[in-house]
Write a protein that binds this ligand. Sequence first.
Ligand SMILES: [Mg+2]
Length: 225
Amino acid sequence: MVVRITLLSVLLAGAVAAPIIARDAVPLSASQIPNLDAVKTEIKAYYDSGNWEREVSGVTASAQAFVDAQLRTHPVKPAIVLDIDDTALSDYIYEVSHDFAYDPWAYESDVQAEAFPAIAPTLALARHVKSEGVAVFFVTGRRTPDRAVTLANLLNVGYPKPDGLYLRPTGDRAASVIPFKSRMRAYIESQGYTVLLSMGDQWSDLRGGHAERDFKLPNPMYQVP
Ligand SMILES: [Mg+2]
């Protein structure tokens, strides 16, 4: 399962999570801290207005243009690498239904139910680049026992059959997903692919190299280290 830092878990975990949030200074006054309920209301307005999807569409349009430009240089075995949660599939409905409080058991239940809808702009990107002869790989922090249901969810919502789907091994207890995700991109390269781009909603999806360009999708709901 994906371990995430949510708004509530940040408050509850205190000192453990605070450095990840990268607030530089200890607030001197409550007036310096965004009100949690107000932030949740803002997030819902951002998504429900369509502004989130518009912002995602802008990023995927840039990614498509980048792929098209690179294809004109005839790269060897061109490929893209996508994260899954909140990159290929949307967790927003799950997040709202749990008031943005991450519950690993409820989340796993939705994973098992293959319940996550596609993010339309990412789906369009994946299908289009696939039609151009570009391989589509998925690298996710979801754990290896969830492989079959994750693949089924991707296919059910219309993603092309992945050229590779890599889930984080259950035994990988590193504090960050960066080593796993960058290692998988290196592995894809070792198979002779040119990784044109990596796309994710978390900076930890993208750091560690092994992609010609990174594309970061917006996600104000949580952070994954
Ligand atoms: Mg994600």
